[in-house]
Design a binder for this molecule. Structure first.
Ligand SMILES: *Cc1c(COP(=O)(O)O)cnc(C)c1O
Length: 357
């Protein structure tokens, strides 16, 4: 892919950038540039470019604004001690975007083009990659939207793929503490044949009202059950779940309707290397409740790119509550092992890291 670059004539000053990178928060500040490439059936992917970051001009009839034909990815660039910059398994994000595009009737962006686009933006905005203190990183948001101006309902004949980047601070301010969960019994995030396995904005839109309930119940996050029987644990709004049993077995839900995270897949491999037996199977909400009460389940954690791994605390629902599991030892061990690979502090035995610059 040939990428043309137009540099910004209004770069963020060194002083302002230092201020932002000292306390970036999440998703608040954006780098000086963005990547774009456009698709039509006639041209295929064309006009790949990096230009100054700024608003898009969209016709009010642009398809994505009406029918939500949209997919996205989330990944990070990490600075290592020698000043080099790396991403974590970017081909996996690219491959997942291909799978999402198949579900949303969007064109497939080749894996190599995806990785090249992300790398090119990070190189141009290299000075926005924070140092590694407090697990800071540059969050990368590739996304694809239906940009045809047409109100008819059919796959868009003009599509735009973009990458934007935003420095991210530590997910946990003031130390890692378990997230409390609210079990929603009136909303589901995915159903059989639906979009649960695709990374698409619609899944997030449908999770917001349940998350609102969780917040009003004093919980940090919401947990969803399967749509068919309302029995099996699926995931949080944007994180996959893990259950550690007293015999050392680790179980993660497999239902066909969850979004399979790259963190989830990496935990399966890492925990295996640490000597644990990892099983992908359905796990019911009763098994959760009984397991924590009896002590058979010793730890529960959630994982995703933003938080990496976070211990799960208490679970509340309408009329009841189970307390936090007894331990977080294995959770923190797996977390440290993963973070050490990402920040280049441990040997990358799986070949997961990709050098950008
Ligand atoms: C992105 C996402 C995850 C986590 O995936 P990672 O690749 O680990 O970041 C989990 N669940 C949902 C619904 C997601 O959208």
């Amino acid at each position: 892919m040939q990428i043309s670059t137009t540099l910004s004539s209004d770069l963020t000053s060194d002083e302002r950038l230092a201020e932002i990178l000292a306390n970036p928060g999440f998703g608040l500040h954006f780098t000086d540039h963005m990547f774009l490439v456009e698709w039509t059936p006639e041209t295929g992917w064309a006009n790949a470019r990096i230009e100054p970051y700024g608003p898009l001009s969209l016709d009010p009839a642009t398809a994505v604004l009406h029918y939500a034909q949209e997919i996205f990815e989330g990944m990070k660039a990490y600075e290592h001690a020698d000043g080099s910059v790396w991403s974590f398994r970017p081909e996996e994000n690219a491959a997942r975007m291909v799978r999402s595009s198949q579900r949303l009737a969007l064109p497939e962006l080749p894996v190599d083009d995806f990785v090249q686009a992300v790398d090119a933006l990070v190189e141009v905005d290299r000075r926005w990659v924070p140092d590694a203190t407090g697990e800071k990183s540059l969050y990368l948001r590739p996304f694809m939207i239906a940009t045809e101006k047409f109100l008819g309902v059919r796959p868009s004949q003009h599509v735009t793929f973009l990458v934007i980047a935003s420095p991210a601070g530590s997910y946990f301010k003031g130390g890692i503490k378990p997230v409390s969960l609210w079990l929603t019994e009136n909303y589901t995030r995915a159903g059989r044949g639906g979009m649960g396995a695709a990374k698409t904005g619609g899944n997030y839109a449908s999770s917001l009202v349940a998350q609102q309930q969780a917040t009003s119940q004093g919980c940090d996050q919401v947990v969803f059950l399967d749509g068919q029987e309302g029995t099996y644990v699926e995931e949080l709004g944007g994180m996959n779940m893990y259950f550690v049993f007293d015999d050392g077995t680790i179980v993660t839900p497999q239902t066909g309707t969850i979004l399979e995270g790259i963190t989830r897949a990496s935990v399966i491999e890492l925990a295996g290397k640490l000597g644990h037996h990892v099983v992908e199977r359905r796990i019911s909400i009763d098994e959760w409740r009984d397991g924590v009460t009896s002590g058979r389940i010793t730890e529960i954690f959630a994982c995703g790119t933003a938080a990496v791994i976070t211990p799960v605390g208490s679970l509340k629902w309408d009329g009841g509550e189970v307390p936090a599991p007894a331990s977080t030892v294995l959770t923190m061990q797996v977390r440290q092992a993963l973070v050490d690979v990402q920040f280049g502090r441990a040997e990358d035995t799986f070949g997961w890291m990709h050098r950008i610059c």
